[in-house]
Ligand binder design. Structure first.
Ligand SMILES: [Zn+2]
Ligand SMILES: [Zn+2]
Length: 343
């Protein structure tokens, strides 16, 4: 049994790091049998959600999407409560509305138990390795599962922020090749998220409208426009970190992904499949990350969620580590034109 995970904050830089020895024990390659394939349900922890055929039994075959706790979790809800220290203002600012009973804050300039939740979305019962190859119905079920687990953790109240992400290809950090995505929920809101939420609220207050709603309204007039459907639009961001980085946004104002209705999931799957096929064609099937940008649970209404697609075409190196500034080898306007013209 590994030592419990811990949040550590550096006193000089205030950088927050999660120390998690258990994470090192995760399998880096699927050796032999794949634990995510149908028929191997006993090799994962018991499911917390599954979309199943009528009559099938939990933790047996007959599912389309299955969600299980991450066996090699970076964080745990039972990591402990034995910590002390002051609470940082960033954390306080987003937590004041919450019932503090079950809430655990991280103390700056110190350490705190690695409290949190980590779950894995097994995206299909068969051994498919490419997200883009899932059918539109299968992919819509994946988005439905993301939404349903977000709703669950929102209602649960023990975590303040949930990150949903997907790594495909080893250059993007994937350790198992069977299609899967992940959720990590933590009891505080990361500094970068607090900054973005505050900045968005300031812009909104200043302009009197949501900047993302205004952005999607510009549509094809934006030179970084990639594609759109009736209710979603995709653009290259003005300052992308990677060539081909693309943001998908709903064209209507909706703060949180957990509020997305069933009727939009298939359309979202169509747009994501189209985008990924174009990225595959233009950038030669790169490893990529999907990152859901979501508001923290207590500050929902000013946000406008988006899905970021990050092709890992270039590597992060010393400059990026030293400065936090990315060097991108392609202008976003050129990348958007390539993606628009693809297929
Ligand atoms: Zn498999
Ligand atoms: Zn909006």
């Amino acid at each position: 049994m590994s030592r419990s995970p811990e949040w550590r904050q550096d006193p000089l830089t205030e950088r927050l790091v999660l120390i998690s020895p258990e994470r090192a024990e995760r399998p880096m390659k699927s050796a032999g049998v794949c634990p995510f394939c149908e028929g191997h349900e006993s090799e994962t922890p018991p499911e917390v959600l599954a979309y199943r055929e009528p009559g099938s039994t939990p933790n047996g075959p007959g599912w389309r999407v299955r969600v299980v706790p991450n066996r090699f979790a970076a964080v745990r809800l039972d990591a402990g409560t034995d910590w002390h220290g002051s609470v940082g203002t960033d954390f306080q600012s987003v937590q004041h509305e919450l019932d503090a009973k079950d809430r655990l804050e991280v103390c700056p300039h110190g350490s705190a138990p690695g409290i949190g939740v980590a779950e894995v979305f097994i995206e299909c019962p068969y051994h498919e390795m490419t997200f883009c190859n899932l059918s539109r119905e299968q992919m819509a079920d994946v988005f439905r599962a993301w939404r349903d687990r977000l709703r669950f953790w929102h209602d649960d109240g023990r975590v303040a922020f949930v990150q949903i992400f997907r790594n495909e290809g080893s250059a993007a950090g994937a350790s198992l090749d069977h299609c899967h995505s992940q959720l990590i929920g933590i009891p505080f809101v990361p500094h970068s998220v607090v900054e973005e939420v505050n900045h968005l609220a300031t812009l909104r207050g200043f302009a009197g409208y949501c900047p993302l709603c205004r952005w999607v309204e510009s549509g094809r007039n934006d030179e970084r426009f990639v594609l759109e459907s009736s209710r979603f639009a995709a653009f290259g961001p003005p300052a992308p970190r990677f060539p081909g980085e693309t943001w998908l946004m709903p064209k209507f104002h909706i703060h949180a992904f957990d509020a997305l209705g069933d009727d939009k999931l298939l359309e979202m799957a169509d747009v994501v499949r189209d985008l990924l096929a174009r990225i595959d064609q233009v950038f030669d099937a790169p490893a990529f990350n999907l990152v859901m940008k979501l508001p923290p649970f207590p500050l929902n209404d000013a946000y406008h969620w988006r899905l970021e697609i990050l092709p890992r075409v270039t590597r992060i190196a010393g400059w990026e580590l030293g400065t936090g500034i990315f060097i991108n080898t392609m202008f976003p306007e050129d990348a958007a034109k390539l993606l628009r013209d693809a297929r």
